[in-house]
Design a protein around this ligand. Structure first.
Ligand SMILES: Nc1ncnc2c1ncn2[C@@H]1O[C@H](COP(=O)(O)OP(=O)(O)O)[C@@H](O)[C@H]1O
Ligand SMILES: [Mg+2]
Length: 294
């Protein structure tokens, strides 16, 4: 990304050095440093990701990132370069989590989510059911491969959607895989607002559970750390299933439309997520009944 680096150097008034960070699945991410030790995180958005429906429109992501920073949970936005869709943000010193570490941080994660959700509303709304319809349409239109048996579960998805109550929405991240959490001591910070939007907070928790493959006890611990009551447990569990069902297609779309990152197997990830969704569909009837009762 040489031209962006030039823009950053011009803006900083001194030359900067960049070190690409691996791990992100969508965009170009690099640490940039000046000779005198100042450093930032550069996030150069890939317009193809948004146009494939894999992220919200770039201007919405930028505005939501600024709003998330207001809560102290997101990194501060230092500058942005609209001509190249790049954000220069606060570099967070800390430990990027992996899925196995998530269970150790459930209380801090719940606290970070509550703080984010209590902050300024985001500029767009987000529904995982709408997202699923968008992806399914995209796959059909473009003839993309999806895991065998996928459409067989859509009637159950319709039952889940019908059972979900309309609740007040809050500004949600909606994509809380472990790698979007950075632990700073006892505190958790949250990066990467590519799929953010106002949503049911129970989706946020179910999505965290799905991404870290939490078991039902761990999922209940997370839900209770957030809600301080067990009455939302089944809703969170249904959203856990919806996360795997829907993000399966995120990977199918990525694989079919823009599989450029040779060292990551997007199709295998789609198959893995779908297998987890099918595994969890076994207990779905009881969860739906429970959500209806509340
Ligand atoms: N502000 C930041 N400070 C420090 N590291 C960061 C920051 N933002 C992202 N990272 C690191 O870069 C990785 C990828 O960034 P991310 O924004 O999640 O990209 P992607 O959208 O491609 O997933 C993160 O998992 C994290 O390790
Ligand atoms: Mg990320």
């Amino acid at each position: 990304m040489p031209d962006v680096i030039e823009l950053v150097s011009d803006w900083a008034g001194r030359p900067v050095r960049q070190t690409p960070i691996k791990g992100g699945l969508s965009h170009l991410i690099a640490r940039v440093e000046t000779g005198d030790g100042e450093r930032w995180l550069l996030r150069v958005l890939d317009p193809a990701v948004c146009s494939a429906g894999l992220g919200i429109p770039m201007e919405q992501e930028i505005e939501n990132t600024i709003r998330a920073a207001d809560t102290g949970v997101g990194p501060k936005v230092i500058h942005h370069f609209p001509e190249v869709h790049a954000l220069l943000i606060e570099y967070l010193d800390g430990v990027t989590l992996n899925a196995a570490q998530v269970p150790r941080h459930l209380d801090a994660i719940a606290t970070a989510c509550r703080t984010l959700h209590a902050g300024p509303r985001f500029v767009n709304d987000f529904s995982i059911f709408d997202k699923l319809r968008d992806f399914r349409r995209l796959c059909r239109t473009n003839g993309l491969a999806i895991p065998p048996g996928y459409d067989d579960i859509l009637p159950t998805v319709a039952d889940i959607e019908r059972a979900m109550p309309a609740v007040p929405t809050v500004p949600c991240h909606n994509d809380l895989l472990a790698e979007n959490f950075i632990a700073q001591g006892d505190e958790i910070r949250i990066v990467d607002y590519q799929l953010s939007g106002n949503n049911d907070p129970a989706f946020e928790l179910g999505d965290i559970a799905a991404e870290a493959d939490l078991d039902p006890d761990q999922t209940a611990r997370l839900a209770r750390a957030y809600f301080a009551t067990g009455e939302h447990d089944s809703r969170v569990r249904l959203f856990h299933i919806m996360s795997n069902v829907t993000w399966t297609l995120w990977f199918s779309v990525h694989h079919g439309l823009l599989d450029r990152q040779a060292d990551f197997d997007y199709a295998a990830e789609a198959a893995g997520k779908f297998a987890r969704a099918v595994r969890d569909l076994d207990g779905v009837g009881r969860l739906i009944d429970d959500v209806r009762r509340h």
